[in-house]
Design a protein around this ligand. Structure first.
Ligand SMILES: *[C@@H]1O[C@H](CO)[C@@H](O)[C@H](O)[C@H]1NC(C)=O
Ligand SMILES: *[C@@H]1O[C@H](CO)[C@@H](O)[C@H](O)[C@H]1NC(C)=O
Length: 367
């Protein structure tokens, strides 16, 4: 990026005062910190920059600890980065076609940051703002942190004020839960929050995830056009490379899936999760087929899950000198369907004033 660093960046680098531009947040000083949640040899770190999950450390079967999410060493790198490592993405994650939608007869134009489309909430979405730490309990039986963000009317083009909360909690032995809610205060608005953690159960610097096996409890997926926008179909996975209903080693399978751009392969696909989205249900199971033997199960209450295999990672400098190449990790972003706001047949993402959006996820680790 050419030119002078934006004021936000300058403020952050000095961890100095910040009055979020145009925001209706209470005036005053906001600082960025990193907060640890610990339960024995299981520990997680979260920063209020983008409500981002920066590390998840757990043992393997031999007791060796590893950090199983990709990330950076410094907040400045999160500010500059474009991979959404561990971030809380919103107001509307994934793509909105032509950065445009119509709601209650009014046309809304969003910030175009993906060709002509809007991606992951725009130029300065929820992953690129400072959240307020509401509560923090780092240790004990159920360590947690609750972060809050007030999104203002018109932010990145979205209608209405929105109060957003996310709580990261060590909710059981080797269990991490995320509880998100968002209340529309003044106008109807689409809301679709995701956590964008990049998982590598062998450890974040251990190479690619080709030996991981993945199972997705999803009988259907939403095919996309050349611009990665859903066609509107919700198609069966049976007989396609998108059939991951049985545990499947990623290895050779990845090559069967076009990654969305010439020369890039792998998954970047929204799956329609089986069962009703009203309560937690099992979404995915992942196992490291390598030496660590670590596994995770993901449970959530959303209609879909974006399964992304790090197709576009290309030598990103990460934590502790690690360099993340293509397929260095996989993402399981539970969500509403991409571009739902332009597809009336997809589950609605509209939240009306006084209504509350809710999204719960639980990661259960074993080794
Ligand atoms: C900022 O990110 C770009 C890639 O998006 C990278 O090339 C550059 O080194 C980064 N700068 C800093 C200071 O981290
Ligand atoms: C949203 O979550 C926060 C933090 O847990 C909680 O205090 C608040 O009551 C929740 N809001 C709603 C409307 O449930």
């Amino acid at each position: 990026m050419a030119g002078a660093p934006p004021p936000l960046l300058l403020a952050l680098l000095g961890l100095a005062a910040l009055a979020a531009a145009g925001a209706t947040n209470a005036a005053g000083r906001k600082t960025v910190g990193v907060y640890e949640l610990r339960k024995g040899d299981f520990s997680v770190r979260v920063t209020n920059w983008g409500a981002t999950l920066t590390s998840v450390v757990l043992p393997d079967s031999k007791g060796n600890l590893a950090d199983v999410v990709l990330g950076y060493d410094t907040i400045a790198e999160y500010v500059n980065g474009s991979a959404y490592f561990g971030a809380l993405v919103g107001r509307v994650a994934n793509r909105v076609a032509n950065a445009r939608f119509v709601l209650d007869g009014k046309v809304y134009h969003l910030y175009r940051n993906d060709g002509k489309n809007a991606l992951h909430g725009g130029k300065r979405g929820f992953s690129k703002v400072i959240w307020t730490v509401k509560e923090y309990v780092g240790s004990g039986d159920s360590p947690y942190i609750t972060l809050y963000y007030h999104s203002f009317d018109g932010e990145e083009g979205f209608p209405g004020d929105l109060d957003v909360y996310v709580t990261y909690r060590l909710s059981g032995p080797y269990e991490l839960s995320l509880r998100m809610n968002a209340t529309a205060l003044s106008r109807a608005t689409p809301v679709n929050l995701v956590n964008h953690a990049y998982w590598n159960l062998g450890g974040h610097g251990s190479g690619d995830v080709l030996r991981h096996t993945v199972q997705l409890l999803a009988s259907r997926y939403t095919p996309v056009d050349a611009g990665l926008i859903p066609t509107g179909a919700v198609a069966p996975v049976a007989g396609t490379p998108y059939d991951l209903r049985a545990p499947t080693r990623l290895g050779a399978r990845l090559r069967l899936v076009s990654g969305g751009k010439a020369g890039v392969y792998g998954y970047d696909t929204n799956f329609a999760v089986d069962g009703e989205a009203r309560a937690l249900r099992k979404v995915a199971a992942v196992r490291d087929g390598g030496a660590s033997g670590r596994a995770l199960e993901l449970w959530a209450d959303q209609p879909g899950v974006q399964f992304y295999t790090g197709n576009f990672l290309a030598g990103v400098k990460g934590k502790g000198g690690a360099v993340y190449g293509q397929h260095a990790a996989l993402c399981l972003e539970t969500q509403g369907f991409p571009d739902a706001v332009n597809h009336p047949n997809f589950p609605s993402q509209i939240v009306r004033p006084g209504q509350v959006y809710r999204h719960n996820m639980v990661f259960k680790f074993s080794f």
